[in-house]
Design a protein around this ligand. Sequence first.
Ligand code: PGA
Length: 256
Amino acid sequence: MEIIIQPTTGDAAGVAARIIARLLLEKPDAVLGLATGSTPLPLYQALIAMDLDWSKVTTFNLDEYIGIPREHPQSYHTFMWENLFRHVNIAAENVHIPDGNAAGILVFCASYEEHIRAAGGIDLQVLGIGTDGHIGFNEPTSSLASRTRIKTLTPQTRKDNARFFGSEDSVPHHVITMGIGTIMEARQNLLLAFGPNKARAIAEAVEGPVTSINPASALQMHPVVKVCLDEAAASQLQRADYFRWVYENKPGWQTF
Ligand code: PGA
């Protein structure tokens, strides 16, 4: 894992945006895995401001709620179109977001995996992290080999997401999410975390043991992971000074 600690959220999101911009310049038909929630918002704003060419880009989102309409203000479909897709020149047919209203959810989940394979696999997967260490909606104790499937949200995640829905009772219980096995097949993972409430989950994911109790810790087994943090999210890392030194002393050609 490469741990990149930046003074502010904006700086950390800027590094992440430059990593993605470099990929899109090198590979205009890249396949991106995308995330939702508060964390990727500054990343998407930075990407929009860069005015990149998205015309050949294909995207696959990590997850979606089950049982709310696609047009619901809090669906991840709505989130992605509002916060990224309608601001860039992406082709609608290249956008893939799990369908939380699919008639046959199990068949849909298998076909989502098949579509990722048919697109050539994900070049770069953007990830946020839950306060409980989840990536996508792979909650603690998710199989580290899991594929796209239905998951049941934990009370903690429903509480964390109540701010979007107005009340905890309105947060759906069930979701479709790419599995940890799916995420581990992306060629590169880019994990973002901002703010003090992510500090414990990040410290466990980066410096703790690989365990399904903190699903993000599975990324220790992935060969290409960059973790972009602001100071608050990095505040519980024991080796923060080492990570800072490594990043500040990288050869120029390796920096973003
Ligand atoms: P957040 O969610 O970015 O809204 O904090 C992160 C996540 O649940 O993965």
